[in-house]
Ligand binder design. Sequence first.
Ligand SMILES: Cc1cc2nc3c(=O)[nH]c(=O)nc-3n(C[C@H](O)[C@H](O)[C@H](O)COP(=O)(O)O)c2cc1C
Length: 375
Amino acid sequence: MTVTASAASRAAEILSRPVALNGLTVPNRIAMAPMTRMFSPNGVPGEDVRSYYARRAAAGVGLIVTEGTYVGHASAGQSDRVPRFHGGEQLAGWAQVAEAVHEAGGTIVPQLWHIGMVRQQGEPPFADAPAVGPSGIRVDGTEGTGRAMTRGDLDDVIGAFAEAAAAAERIGFDGVELHGAHGYLLDQFLWARTNRRTDAYGGDPVARTKFAAEIVAAVRATVSPDFPVIFRYSQWKQEAYDARLAETPDELEAILAPLAAAGVDAFHASTRRYWVPEFDGSDLNLAGWTKKLTGRPTITVGSVGLDGDFERAFQGEGASVQGIDNLLDRLERDEFDLVAVGRALLQDPQWAAKVLGNRTEELQPYDAQALKSLS
Ligand SMILES: Cc1cc2nc3c(=O)[nH]c(=O)nc-3n(C[C@H](O)[C@H](O)[C@H](O)COP(=O)(O)O)c2cc1C
């Protein structure tokens, strides 16, 4: 354990400051990273999901970003245990999640998700829907069994995101996060390897960003002007950890500028290790560059409080506790605005309370067993 008591009080001081995301004031700088848990049979988040999130809000997480939740398009997902963000029963379950998090003093946004060409085997109720993506090409570069999206498909998916965002506002959420990361549908458009389109949605980075930007604009037009729209993106992809969307800040700006112009209020820059500089010649990480290039508030993420890569969690590996001095230095310099915590919060619902309350000696190492239950 490398966390010291003095670092912990500094942590409390720096992490306790509220921060505004459009019309939302998040009470502190700690966010829960979106983590798929697959504990929602029939796509309905139940009492156990509700208390899982509320427990973390009660212990001081300022902003919960929910696990990815499918938008209302038959090809959006594949598991019947991943919560859906459409349908009466499903939205009623989500409304109760939002209410419980608010009662616990937190704020909450759903992460709206379409998996695109990652879809392989559909489960009911959409067992027969095809995988769809920009060019019918999977993240590993192979041609899957899916198909390139038609104009009609594009419109349907844009509409599905807008409807889900409207539902989020209607049932009491504080904003939405659009999942544009990790090789799922929106990212498949952003990435040249999976986007080979020759129409207006493919080609240079600006054209590849057009679909995501249209989704942002449709969401923006549907929700209230002060309702925050967060966009999560990454360089890396599931199945392609070394992939990069942008090799230089200029290339990154070509992608981020249209998204910001379309109405993104905050970016969530997903990296696996927050301390890794994104481009040569600067210490800034991806969130730091995002803030510098767009002027928007940003959320950083990646191995906060832990040493050991998160992808190894899926192979059953744990990770030990690591100090957060470097993170606090960066927050103090305003390199980014919020810090999302994944595995450490999955392992320990009390993580935020311990960090904010000068109890860092109680922090727990991550054990992949934590994936098996919703504690
Ligand atoms: C079990 C698990 C499920 C995840 N599911 C999602 C998800 O639904 N959406 C998403 O954007 N990222 C997802 N991620 C990535 C996390 O949000 C986060 O970026 C990653 O775990 C790195 O943070 P950490 O090192 O603090 O765990 C998942 C990660 C884990 C461990």
